[in-house]
Each structure stands twice: as structure tokens, then as C-alpha cells.
Design a protein around this ligand. Sequence first.
Ligand SMILES: [Cu+2]
Length: 143
Amino acid sequence: MKRLAVLIAVLATVAAACGGDDDNSGTDPGTRSIEIAMEDIRFEPDEIEVAAGETVRFVFENNGKVAHDAFIGDEGAQADHEDEMTSDDEGMEHGGGDEDAITVDPGDTGELTYTFGEPGVLLIGCHQPGHYDAGMIIEVTVT
Ligand SMILES: [Cu+2]
């Protein structure tokens, strides 16, 4: 009889544990979404503040008439990427392997999820021809 009582107690505990699971299923509270509009030729907003260690999902909506892209990195990485994008005439679209960058066609929406590390300043730049030089850049301050 004692054994049965223990079994019932265990089952009750398991049932209670399962019942509580619904509370925090679904979205990860650590991920924040920031919506950014792509205009010709600028981002709106063009300044963003994030916390070190924070994961942010950027949702880019291209309201312009030409394709825009978004590449996350520091100033050096932006310069390298600008060289990369201007060095060959073909293949201006970002490939699937380039995780920190997306290209968004006019009227489309694209998402980029990024986890910020150390405090500092990162940039999100558009590297379609001439756009970066024209100042199509978001300054991301990591605090
Ligand atoms: Cu652009």
C-alpha cells in the first residue's frame, strides 16, 4: 500500500510540472525585435541602442524603389564588405552563407538576427553600389 501512495505522489508531481509548462513556451524573452524602414537611400531609424549580450531581431522593410541590403559589422568589416561588393560586377545579391547580411527587394521584408557582444559601436550598412558612401548606415551603440 505504501508503494502505491508513493507512485500516486510521483504522478501528481509530474502532472503538476507538465501543467506549468505552458507559461513560458513560445517566444524567447531575450530577443527584441526592431523594425527598420529602408528608404532610398537611407535607413529609418539610423541610430539604435542595444545592450551588450542582447540578441536583436532586425526586421527590414524596403519602402524604396531599389534593392537595399543590410550588413552588420564594425567599421573595418564594413570597409572590407564594401570592397567585396564593388570588386565584381555580378552577384550583388548576398548568398545564403553570409549570415550577417541580407538583401531586400523593393516591397519586401527581410530579417537579420544578431547577438551583440562587447560594448562599442557597430554599423549596419547598405552595400548596394554607392549607398554606403551616400550614408546609408545605421549606427548601433552597444552599451
Ligand atoms: Cu541601399
